[in-house]
Design a protein around this ligand. Structure first.
Ligand SMILES: Nc1ncnc2c1ncn2[C@@H]1O[C@H](COP(=O)(O)OP(=O)(O)OP(=O)(O)O)[C@@H](O)[C@H]1O
Length: 579
């Protein structure tokens, strides 16, 4: 039941009031839908009593009821759609805001696929629920209730007979929701799995073709499709008996009402006119329940989606502070930092080093030694549990997150440009910048010239049609970072995938970005960090040495090994080129 509560918890107060209005309109609309039955009963009674003076009134009643029914239904659904779209919009915004405050690590690993499925796929179901299911279920239940009250006033015995199928219907419906909810997590999990794997399959199509993938390559996707089919089939089968019962139940009135009310008529306790009216009411009363029955399926399905949304909204956010921090400068200090991802082994062990203000410090180490992890901790992508990292003498968790982010430019080999114009992409670095400043940043990043050669220049929208090379895209992201003008620059393998033609341009852009900044650089190409003011050597998550290139090459054997390996690979590359 808490899942169902979560469904309504997503609607704000204003929209809850609107939803009540929508439900009232729908209830009145369904009641209007019943009036024609009463009108027909009136007409039949007129003929039975051979008195036709009221005939016209009944015809008018039927016509007015039909018009009103549609007007009210239209108004109700208009309001409920407004509620649905506003609720979905607000919930999406809440989720986006929440994700921005969650540890980056959670978003990158656990959440991205799951959140995408919820936001893009599952939430669309909620639209149907708020816009259609709620008004239809409530109005569908309200009508039999009103008619029961009316019948109880007219003849308590008939009301009792009609109550039987209604009560059975509600009990079986509730039972079905409980059974559905038990299976719903499994259903949603299977659905999310198929979505994530389908996206992975489509995104990896190039690799699949290159590596001439055979049938077995599609195994993971086929397996999850099979699981999904099994889960859906089981889910439908588990509901089937309840649905079948309820449909039979909705037709059972004739079985009970016809003979029992008929006996009352024969015994003289009910008139012929009343007998006909009860039959009409019996038929009319159960029709709205058909709609309720069709809508029952969605309650469990949507309650499970709402539960997942609720779970994400309740996740612990990164601790943030609002009190301004006075940074003495932009020196970064790692003091006895130990860090592990989740419950696993520590990736960094008692790590201490300093990145002095205005200097270039390099982090080197073999693959997996923890270089990127250390860099990402400076941006608080993850929070540390042991030790301390300070910027300008202030522990990172005592600097407001937005202030911390404004101090840092984090550049990796993975470029990400938004589907916006090149101008807007660069301006994200500093939305206050002037056009001249934006263009200067592009010139510093050595991308102005190629941008100007594009037919729409800075107005070119970055999308799949925009034919930009990897190096060009990367330089646009560097223009964005240059415009941001952050005091701390972290370069994590920023030149890793760059080709020889682009390297020179990229190095120029990076030099401009790093000018006068506190720089932490991670690079496998050791030649690019040879001139660093200080080099920190990491091995299996521990700092084993720190010094200039000349110092390390004299005394640090792992560093000597790295250099030897680097020089060998460089010669090998040159040999490859010459060959
Ligand atoms: N998100 C993550 N969750 C769990 N473990 C991770 C995660 N990211 C990295 N690791 C692990 O942490 C260790 C250090 O990884 P890290 O990427 O920091 O090393 P690195 O020195 O930068 O390696 P490379 O030079 O190959 O980029 C590795 O064993 C890696 O598998």
């Amino acid at each position: 039941m808490s899942d169902v509560k979560a469904l309504f918890g997503l609607i704000d107060k204003k929209n809850k009031r609107r939803l009540i209005g929508a439900v009232i309109c729908c209830v009145l609309s369904v009641l209007c839908g019943i009036l024609p039955y009463l009108g027909v009963w009136g007409i039949v009674t007129c003929f039975l009593n051979e008195r036709t003076e009221n005939l016209f009134q009944y015809v008018c009643l039927i016509a007015a009821a039909i018009i009103l029914k549609h007007l009210l239904f239209g108004t109700g659904t208009k309001i409920s759609h407004k509620v649905a779209y506003q609720t979905l919009g607000e919930t999406r915004k809440k989720l986006f805001r929440k994700i921005a405050r969650l540890p980056m690590g959670y978003v990158k690993t656990t959440a991205s696929g799951q959140v995408k499925t919820i936001i893009m796929d599952n939430m669309e179901q909620l639209e149907t629920f708020y816009a259609h299911n709620i008004p239809e279920i409530i109005s569908g239940l309200a009508v039999p209730l009103c008619m029961e009250i009316l019948l109880a006033i007219l003849d308590i015995r008939v009301a009792g007979i009609m109550l039987i199928p209604v009560v059975l219907f509600i009990l079986v419906g509730i039972l079905m929701i409980i059974v559905q909810m038990k299976k719903m997590d499994e259903f949603n999990q299977a659905f999310a799995d198929v979505s994530v794997k389908t996206v992975e399959y489509v995104n990896g199509m190039k690799e699949l073709k290159i590596f001439a993938a055979d049938e077995s390559t599609y195994g993971r996707l086929s397996e999850s499709i099979r699981t999904y089919s099994t889960v859906v089939t089981e889910w439908f089968q588990s509901c089937l008996k309840y649905v079948a019962f309820n449909h039979a139940d909705l037709n059972s009135n004739l079985v009970f009402l016809f003979p029992l009310a008929g006996l009352m008529y024969l015994s003289g306790s009910v008139t012929a006119a009343s007998y006909i009216m009860y039959l009409f009411m019996g038929l009319a009363m159960l029709i709205p329940l058909e709609t309720v029955s069709n809508n029952f399926d969605y309650i469990g399905m949507n309650a499970s989606v709402a539960k997942k949304i609720d779970e994400i909204l309740k996740l612990d956010e990164m601790a943030d502070t609002t009190s301004k921090a006075e940074l003495s400068d932009h020196t970064i200090v790692f003091e006895h930092v130990t860090f592990s991802y989740g419950e696993g082994q520590p990736v960094l062990k008692d790590v201490s080093f300093t990145v002095p203000d205005g200097k270039v410090t390099a982090l080197v180490g073999v693959s997996g030694s923890g270089k990127s992890t250390a860099a990402s901790l400076i941006c608080r992508f993850w929070d540390i549990t042991e030790g301390q990292i300070c910027l300008g003498g202030v522990p990172l968790n005592q600097i407001p997150l937005s202030d911390l982010m404004s101090q840092i430019s984090f550049v990796t080999q993975n470029t990400f440009l938004f589907k916006k114009s090149i101008r807007e992409n660069i301006m994200m670095g500093n939305p206050e910048a002037t056009e001249e400043e934006m263009m200067q940043a592009a010139k510093d990043a050595v991308c102005h010239d190629f941008i100007m050669r594009l037919p729409k220049g800075y107005d070119t929208v970055i999308d799949k049609e925009t034919k930009l090379s990897g190096g060009e895209k990367q330089r646009i992201t560097l223009a964005r970072a240059i415009l941001k003008n952050a005091s701390v620059v972290i370069l994590d393998e920023a030149t890793a995938y760059i080709d020889a033609d682009n390297e020179d341009l990229l190095q120029k852009a990076l030099a401009k970005l790093s000018e006068g900044k506190t720089v932490l650089v991670i690079a496998h190409r050791l030649s690019s960090i040879k001139e660093a003011d200080s080099i920190v050597v990491l091995e299996q998550g521990k700092v084993i040495d720190c010094g200039t290139h000349d110092e390390l090459i004299r005394r640090c054997s792992p560093y000597q090994d790295m250099w030897a390996a680097f020089e060998q690979s460089d010669q090998w590359k040159m040999g490859g080129v010459n060959a």
